[in-house]
Design a binder for this molecule. Sequence first.
Ligand code: HEM
Ligand SMILES: *[C@@H]1O[C@H](CO)[C@@H](O)[C@H](O)[C@H]1NC(C)=O
Ligand SMILES: *[C@@H]1O[C@H](CO)[C@@H](O)[C@H](O)[C@H]1NC(C)=O
Ligand SMILES: *[C@@H]1O[C@H](CO)[C@@H](O)[C@H](O)[C@H]1NC(C)=O
Length: 329
Amino acid sequence: MGLSNTIPALLLSILIFGGLGYAQLTSDFYSTTCPNVTVIARGLIEQASRSDVRLPAKVMRLHFHDCFVNGCDGSVLLDAAPADGVEGEKGVLQNANSLDGFEVIDDIKTALENVCPGIVSCADILAIAAEISVSLAGGPSWDVLLGRRDGRTANSADAAASLPLAGDSLDILTSKFSVHDLDTTDLVALSGAHTFGRVQCVVITNRLYNFSGNNGQSDPSIEPEFLQTLRRQCPQGGSGTTRVNLDSTSPDSFDNDYFRNLQNNRGVMESDQILFSSTGAPTVSLVNRFAENQSEFFRDFARGMIKMGNVRTLTGTEGEIRRDCRRIN
Ligand code: HEM
Ligand SMILES: *[C@@H]1O[C@H](CO)[C@@H](O)[C@H](O)[C@H]1NC(C)=O
Ligand SMILES: *[C@@H]1O[C@H](CO)[C@@H](O)[C@H](O)[C@H]1NC(C)=O
Ligand SMILES: *[C@@H]1O[C@H](CO)[C@@H](O)[C@H](O)[C@H]1NC(C)=O
């Protein structure tokens, strides 16, 4: 092969693989360097879950908020540190007083640094912890792909712009997923993560009392009895930080009830119900499919998580392996 062929082939591989630092994630990445990584993480997550039933939901959300900003690079875990030039992502609207579960990630990191120092990235800990949390709550298991490295920056502007909001339209939700190559099936399947965990009243107040800026009006897509339930749980003028279940029928188990609730117009956030109530949208038949067949939901959820876990990862010699997940080395 002459030079004239080699150069285009090289350019093509750079385009496809996103740079010369590219290396594929693999499920056995730590099999020789830190074989007990999953066992250690699982033990600590199980222990923390015994005193906090919501912990698996908190932990799996961290991986999502990591991957959607700067790729899956552990940036969400960094505390703001202006002296290091790290602005941090924890303060943006979607994360502040909301993201939680950082302590168990710290505990996992500490335990791993004791047995295999400098080996396991914080970004990989989030991916492993998300799978453990979902399966612990009764959801699917999957082979977690590993080998991510940790970033040395965080991006609060990107966090504010890229993380979805409960009031986003279906078009905006779709585009916030598609920029990460996550399609409509991924959007609907991954939204099924709202089968566990809580939402604060402040997020749904407008939906209950002031829909589209019309004072006194509620979102007409809410089933009337459920509207009364939500209004009792989140009274007008009450505390915005009160939390209500995202899945009203089985709040802490990972199952397909979320989709059945949407079929009954009992979705809690606007961004949930919109998946079913947007007549003619491709999301409607996906909600129906996942509501009818939990195995299909579990399969597509696991696929979506693996795709999401591949978003703009740092590999090879890029980035670093943080010693402390909250600060760069
Ligand atoms: C589709 C767009 C999405 C929007 C607009 C959205 C928004 C939200 C909001 C506003 C909350 C409540 C936060 C609070 O009140 O403190 C929440 C909770 C949660 N989200 Fe999402 N989310 C989306 C997709 C996802 C995805 C893809 C995942 C994971 C794969 C996920 C996992 C969770 C979990 C587990 C909780 C509960 C956390 C807890 O109890 O602390 N969400 N989400
Ligand atoms: C892994 O964990 C098991 C059980 O806790 C322990 O017996 C074994 O020595 C550990 N292996 C390594 C390489 O740390
Ligand atoms: C209702 O929503 C509008 C527009 O979002 C807002 O300007 C207004 O302050 C809200 N009213 C109340 C009572 O919250
Ligand atoms: C549910 O989906 C799975 C996976 O696609 C399929 O094998 C199974 O037959 C389906 N079950 C029903 C009752 O349709």
